[in-house]
Design a binder for this molecule. Structure first.
Ligand code: PGA
Length: 255
């Protein structure tokens, strides 16, 4: 009996109007409405979430957001709280995506607070970690990722830690068409699992670790075959519902 249930999450990033989201959800539901071997998650912009709630709440497809505030409420103009996400039937939230770390200067301290707030509200955080090209070339990738994992998950009890999903996303692979090899993905995911074991012991074996960065329908099967890769976070290849469904179905056949 496997202890980890695989996850494929689509990250739309800053794409799709409400109308486009509604059309996407209806089409995806038609294609993946019976899939239970993998948890399928659609991470949409805040403005599309209540439409996805109407379309998907009663289905097997999960709804996710792409960020949230570390605060629960109050004077934080422009922010969205974990409880607001729960209100739109979100069960997942991406935290610490490299685009937010790099463009919006999110720190590990901010990210650690967001992870805690997500867990407190009952959401599953998808914590993104990953090195940039210079760090990989300088052979610092392991140290960078280990440090992110340790800082972002600091002070979590094992019972909380096992509810976190980690996405290893090397920055040089995101949106570039240049995916990490499945062997590189496996190597880093193994390192992440052993870091988790150092923090929280045996529950590390229950944590889902995804790979992200130019994943597509041609690469997913080999990634899923790696023992420490439990699924994928998919950007560009999740934008078209037919293409995303094809990717998920290929992942199912690779299980
Ligand atoms: P990509 O994006 O699949 O387009 O490389 C992945 C991500 O940023 O989550």
């Amino acid at each position: 009996m496997p202890i980890r249930h695989p996850i494929i999450a689509g990250n739309w990033k800053m794409n799709k109007t409400i109308r486009e989201a509604q059309d996407y959800a209806a089409r995806l539901l038609g294609l993946l409405g019976e899939i239970t071997e993998i948890d399928v998650v659609v991470c949409a912009p805040f403005t599309a979430l209540s439409t996805l709630k109407d379309e998907l709440e009663e289905s097997v497809i999960h709804i996710g957001a792409q960020d949230m505030s570390f605060a629960s409420n109050g004077a934080y103009t422009g922010e969205i709280s974990a409880d607001m996400l729960v209100d739109t039937a979100c069960t997942y939230v991406i935290i610490g995506h490299s685009e937010r770390r790099e463009i919006l200067r999110e720190t590990d301290d901010d990210i650690a607070k967001k992870v805690k707030a997500a867990l407190k509200a009952g959401l599953t955080p998808i914590l993104c970690v990953g090195e940039n090209l210079a760090q990989r070339e300088e052979r610092k990738a392991f140290a960078v990722v280990r440090s992110q994992v340790e800082k972002d998950l600091t002070e979590l009890a094992p019972a909380d830690l096992k509810r976190v999903v980690i996405a290893y996303e090397p920055i040089w692979a995101i949106g570039t068409g240049k995916s990490a090899t499945s062997a590189d993905a496996q190597e880093m995911c193994t390192m992440i699992r052993s870091t988790l074991a150092g923090i929280a012991g045996a529950v590390a074996d229950e944590v889902n670790i995804l790979y992200g960065g130019s994943v597509n329908a041609d690469t997913i099967a080999e990634l899923m075959a790696q023992p420490d890769v439990d699924g994928a976070l998919v950007g560009g290849a999740s934008l078209d519902p037919e293409g995303f469904a094809q990717l998920v179905l290929k992942a199912v056949t690779a299980l």
